[in-house]
Design a binder for this molecule. Structure first.
Ligand SMILES: [Zn+2]
Length: 247
């Protein structure tokens, strides 16, 4: 029976090999942080040309953050951000969650036990999960709300890294939060001021994506969390809203 490794070997034999093995210049413009889900093909789904994006994938597109100066506990994440921001000097960082995410489902179900490595890995989402569950709703609504809340959380955690905060303050980088539909590949984009999600497709923007929050604005909490990191010397929420425009 032919399996996927056999197919890869067969494809190698069909490759038309160029005479030169000189690779193109490595000058990506984007760091995309996505989930490991095998149903997503980042370049194909988003239409990236080869060489334009650094891709960092983990379970649930999680950014654990550096909220207590504990980046050494997430050294792979910290190194990826340092490489993207200060070596490759990308212009954008995108956190892209997705629908039907197994990591999000595992966080919501919370049945793996404290010692399970997946449970420990998902610890940065515990408070987010508790907030989503407290708001009620059926399993599907909670999963939808959690997918978006996890992206918001990761975007906030990105800014806890001084290298990212500095780049934002200097206008060198923009941060984006997306959720891609695993089935349709339609992307919902996080509003820079409110933290709510809307379809990236213009003809669908009239349909406000539900976040399982009954349509209530949750921007106040989102902005307050950004402010709580003190990554900009802001005196008011109004000032924060202005600065969110650079995200
Ligand atoms: Zn996933």
């Amino acid at each position: 029976m032919t399996d996927v490794i056999d197919l890869i070997r067969a494809r190698q034999n069909l490759l038309i090999v160029p005479k030169s093995d000189e690779p193109p210049t490595h000058k990506p413009e984007i760091l995309l942080i996505g989930c490991v889900d095998a149903r997503l093909s980042i370049h194909k789904d988003l239409g990236f040309p080869d060489g334009s994006a650094l891709i960092y994938r983990n379970i649930a597109a999680l950014v654990s953050g550096n909220t207590e100066g504990d980046w050494h506990e997430h050294v792979s994440e910290a190194a990826a951000l340092e490489f993207a921001v200060n070596v490759m000097k990308v212009k954008h960082i995108v956190v892209m969650g997705h629908t039907d995410c197994g990591g999000i489902k595992a966080s919501l179900a919370n049945t793996l036990g404290e010692k399970n490595p997946i449970s420990q890995y998902l610890e940065p989402l515990h408070s987010v999960r508790d907030e989503v569950i407290a708001k009620g709703g059926d399993q599907k609504a909670q999963a939808s709300a959690m997918e978006k809340a996890a992206v918001r959380n990761s975007v906030v955690n990105l800014v806890s890294y001084p290298s990212v905060a500095d780049a934002m303050r200097e206008g060198r980088i923009q941060i984006h939060g997306w959720v891609i539909n695993t089935g349709t590949k339609v992307i919902s984009e996080m509003d820079r001021e409110t933290g709510e999600f809307h379809s990236m497709r213009k003809d669908m923007n009239k349909e406000t994506a539900s976040d399982g929050n009954g349509g209530k604005k949750n921007g106040g909490g989102f902005i307050a969390r950004l402010l709580s990191f003190g990554w900009l010397p802001l005196a008011s929420e109004e000032a924060a809203t202005v600065c969110m425009a650079c995200i």
